[in-house]
Ligand binder design. Structure first.
Ligand code: ATP
Length: 927
């Protein structure tokens, strides 16, 4: 008999066919064997550029081609030494370029690895999370709303399950999924409702499925080429710099032609001028700029990873430095997401619960006295609902290494598997003798209507000996609307307005003390009652009580928020939680300033966009919001000119994450959907990590400005010294090979070291820059030009002074050229320390950046080598310099820094004078 299609098979057939057990899953060794036999669950990757091609690409550069042309001409004219040296320089240049690009590419692909998908799978009777590429046929996979389906799965369980399959079928509306067999041989993919296809998304519900196809055998594998979408890895700044590079090529070539023509007109030999022109053009064009920018970005991104922020889209690194508002979730991001129930309210009774963390040890007290739960039906019912309407588990495991080492004894600890809110209820039940395990024998779950942040509740239908029961838990204000009865003094009575008011008051009192409040309700179902949908079961409920749980703020967040305020960045809390809880926590964290507004989702809905725009700058807390409200908030903030960073974790948060200037997803609790929409993933879900990432983003941008300042000022200096000399009818101040040397050694190494420079201390005390700011803003353009002119003039001055000692002597010309060469190198090596600070060279410890110190020392040593190693002297046309010449070199090289230093002190004192006349206005925008 021919094998049936997977969708036609019933569960038992499927299990036989794949020889698996749905309860135990595969063992590790079975899985390893299958992986060995059938290969990884991966779609074949697009072609990668091989290192050889990358190396050869270096020779495609326009300037390298010009240099090669020059080599050819030198060879033809019989100038073999020149030709060989130029070839050597071309090769070294290519090697450097290759190393830079190779590193940049490798760090970018390492980034992609980091955000690789994972899957929750049953292995050896336990749920474990593994890299999705290690899945094999026969694995049992667990799915939750927001998960990307990691392989083709035949579903064996599906609860209110919908999948978005547009990547495969083009149908953008999510389709319902179920676990039953479908007896139709030729079913189009869109109708295979019991199959979860690789690469599609579960947008609602929960499911379990067996892997039936992996990797290139999946339906997605068949159209793999279509989904090889690569994210743009070029940032706007890189793009702008590329444009700038093109402009600089034209300017440099124009100036070079002028230098060459002027030289020839003043009687210089044409061949010498040709070589000088080519070298000058090569030196004047900052061809290394794009690669150094990529390296600065890539290394910055590596630093961010160390600080737990994973960048998914490189352009966001730049945007991070411009962020002016951070909209953050509360639970888990601002708070620890370690919930413990401390208060219970039951039909007018106030109870308190003892015990800490997830350890199920504690008691429940009324008026200070412990109560006996066994004889308290109301408490028992509340615990029962909390335990049954629950997917979390609290288990005992061996403590992690550091904890054990402290006490030397092997220790055990309780850890949570699942949602912390549910974990808190599971612990509460276990503390008081109603653990899920003890209820398992009596109650069997039949249906689940999962929690989502839109509904803000969850329900299950369970069957027991006496019938069936609905258990519901959720946000109390919304849950109460579904309840017609209340359990009061052990009796079920109508939920009158008076009782509802009492209940709401109790909830608000808990919320005001920063507790997260959950309501619990139930209903006994009759045999005739339908329970196909949420609407069928979530009505006519009996309200049982409230639980209040603490979720302490993360310790480091308060400081991070203060840092943001100093840095002109506003923090806004957006939460699904109750307004009073949100306000209380915002107060504790210092989010809400005097006069700040807290707004609920309902109030937000009642406003039109204009009204919101008028208020939005003053709103610091949004509570009880749904994910679609987030989009409105972002748009409104953006209309006010803000650059918005927004966090999210759920599947419905994806549109807001996409719309934000910097979409941020949670690494631990976030869904795959939210991660894929995001630009940044926080691997620790922590708000302070966002602030760290912003700090890095600002630092990276400033470092890029630092080496642009250095490189361009050096280039201006190099061109100018040649240009002025030719205009003045002087001989060439630098020979071509010296120009190429300066370009390669003195420019390249220190510039790279500036790319990894430490940030200045006051980095987080400025307002964010605007996203439209030019890279040359804040006087950078002026600094580049003025410094370039000073370097050029001083180098020429040193050349001229030496030349005038014995004009007309060829030997003396060589000495003057060596002095010019040494002055140019020294002036640049001093300038590089200037570039580290927006103020002056004395503002920072010059030895702080050890890469820079190393780069400068090696440039210096190499220069001394060129001057004093006899074998190199004829190649580089140098002579050893004496004490007098060195004094001249140092004075000429030091003048630019000295003059710029005086200039900066004067402009600062002028600024201070004008500031002291105007009333004080803080620099930072504490909105
Ligand atoms: P944030 O949006 O800041 O992460 P949050 O976790 O409170 O905050 P949601 O997860 O959308 O936001 O939860 C909203 C409300 O839904 C909560 O205040 C709580 O009352 C209720 N709730 C949360 N988790 C569950 C759950 N597992 N089952 C039932 N109701 C829940």
């Amino acid at each position: 008999m021919e094998q049936k299609n997977w969708h036609q098979m019933g569960t038992s057939e499927l299990i036989d066919m794949l020889s698996i057990s749905p309860e135990k899953g595969l063992t590790a060794s079975e899985a390893a064997q299958r992986l060995e036999e059938h290969g990884r669950n991966e779609l074949s990757e697009g072609k990668r550029v091989s290192p050889i091609i990358l190396f050869l690409n270096q020779f495609k550069d326009f300037m390298v081609l010009v240099l090669m042309g020059a080599t050819l001409i030198s060879g033809l004219l019989g100038e073999y030494l020149d030709a060989i040296t130029i070839i050597a320089i071309i090769v070294i240049n290519a090697v450097l370029g290759f190393v830079q690009e190779f590193r940049a590419e490798r760090s970018l692909s390492a980034l992609k690895e980091l955000s690789a998908p994972t899957a929750k799978v049953m292995r050896g009777s336990e749920w474990v999370t593994i890299p999705a590429k290690e899945l094999v046929v026969g694995d049992i996979v667990g799915l939750e709303s927001g998960d990307r389906i990691p392989a083709d799965l035949r579903l064996i369980e599906a609860n209110s399950c919908y999948a978005e399959e547009s990547a495969l079928t083009g149908e953008s509306v999510p389709v319902g999924k179920h676990a039953g067999a479908i007896d139709d041989e030729d079913l189009p993919l869109g109708d295979q409702r019991n199959i979860g296809f690789m690469g599609t998304m579960l947008t609602r519900g929960t499911a379990k499925g067996v892997v039936v196809r992996t990797g290139m055998n999946t339906e997605m594998g068949k159209i793999a080429d279509l989904i090889q979408q690569t994210e743009s890895m070029e940032t706007p700044l890189q793009h702008r710099l590329e444009q700038l590079g093109k402009l600089l090529i034209i300017v440099a070539i124009g100036l070079t032609i002028m230098v060459v023509v002027a030289g020839i007109l003043h009687g210089q030999p044409p061949y010498g001028m040709f070589l000088a022109g080519v070298s000058l053009a090569v030196a004047a064009i900052p061809e290394g700029l794009p690669a150094i920018v990529t390296i600065a970005l890539a290394l910055g991104v590596q630093r961010m990873i160390k600080r737990k922020a994973i960048v998914r889209k490189l352009p966001s690194v730049e945007t991070l430095g411009c962020a002016s508002v951070i909209c953050s979730d509360k639970t888990g991001t601002l708070t620890q997401n370690k919930m413990t129930v401390t208060h219970v309210w039951l039909g007018g009774r106030q109870l308190e619960v003892s015990g800490e963390g997830y350890e199920p040890v504690g008691s429940i007290f009324e008026d200070g006295k412990a109560i006996d739960v066994k004889h308290d039906l109301s408490v028992k019912r509340l615990l029962q609902i909390g335990a049954l309407c629950n997917n979390a588990q609290v288990v005992k495991v061996e403590a992690e290494e550091p904890k054990r080492r402290k006490s030397k004894e092997p220790q055990e600890e309780w850890v949570l598997k699942g949602d912390p809110t549910e974990g808190a209820l599971a612990v509460l039940a276990a503390k008081l003798g109603s653990s899920a395990k003890s209820l398992e024998m009596l109650y069997k779950r039949e249906q689940e209507f999962p929690f989502d942040s839109e509904r803000k509740r969850m329900s299950v239908v369970v069957s027991h000996q006496g019938g069936r029961l609905v258990c519901t838990k959720g946000a109390p204000d919304l849950l109460m609307e579904l309840c017609n009865y209340v359990l009061w003094d052990g009796k079920v009575v109508p939920f009158t307005q008076t009782l509802k008011r009492k209940c709401a008051d109790a909830g608000e009192a808990m919320a005001q003390s920063a507790l997260r409040v959950l309501g619990l309700a139930y209903r006994d179902l009759r045999t005739t009652d339908k329970c196909d949908s949420e609407q069928d079961v979530e009505n006519q409920l009996v309200f049982v009580g409230l639980t209040g749980m603490i979720d302490p703020p993360r310790r480091e967040v308060k400081d991070a928020i203060a840092t943001c305020r100093r840095a002109g960045i506003k923090t806004v809390m957006i939460t699904g939680d109750h307004q009073l809880t949100a306000e209380a926590i915002a107060g504790q964290l210092g989010i809400m300033p005097r006069g700040g507004i807290a707004m609920s989702g309902k109030q937000l809905e009642a406003m039109n966009d204009d009204q919101l725009d008028r208020l939005v700058d003053n709103i610091y807390v949004y509570a009880r919001v749904s994910p679609e409200h987030k989009l409105r908030i972002i748009k409104s903030l953006q209309r006010q000119g803000h650059v918005v960073a927004m966090t999210g974790d759920g599947v419905n948060d994806a549109p807001a994450i996409k719309a934000a200037d910097i979409g941020i997803a949670m690494g631990i609790t976030g869904t795959d959907v939210s991660k894929e929409a995001s630009a940044l993933v926080l691997s620790d879900d922590n708000f302070s990590t966002i602030v760290a990432a912003i700090e890095e983003g600002r630092g990276i941008y400033e470092n890029i400005r630092k080496f642009i300042r250095y490189l361009l000022a050096s280039n201006v200096g190099e061109i100018l010294v040649m240009f002025l000399a030719m205009m003045a009818g002087l001989p060439l101040p630098l020979v071509p090979i010296q120009i190429l040397w300066v370009n390669l050694v003195t420019d390249g190494l220190p510039a790279m070291a500036l790319g990894v420079d430490q940030a200045e201390k006051d980095l987080m005390q400025h307002k964010p820059r605007t996203s439209k700011e030019s890279i040359f803003a804040r006087r950078l353009g002026w600094k580049i030009i003025s410094r370039g002119i000073l370097i050029g003039v001083c180098t020429l001055g040193a050349f001229w002074i030496t030349l005038m000692e014995a004009p007309g002597s060829a030997d003396h010309l060589m000495k003057a050229q060596t002095v010019a060469f040494a002055t140019l190198v020294m002036a640049q090596l001093i300038h590089v320390f200037d570039c580290r600070s927006s103020r002056s060279i004395f503002h920072r410890n010059p030895l702080q950046n050890k890469y820079l110190v190393l780069a400068v020392l090696s440039s210096l040593l190499l220069m001394l080598g060129v001057l004093y190693i006899e074998a190199l002297q004829p190649i580089f046309k140098t002579v050893p310099l004496g004490f007098r010449e060195w004094c001249l070199v140092f004075v000429a090289a030091g003048i630019p820094t000295f003059l710029m230093g005086i200039g900066s002190v004067m402009s600062r004192s002028n600024k201070n004078k004008t500031q002291s006349k105007t009333p004080y206005r803080p620099q930072t925008a504490a909105r």
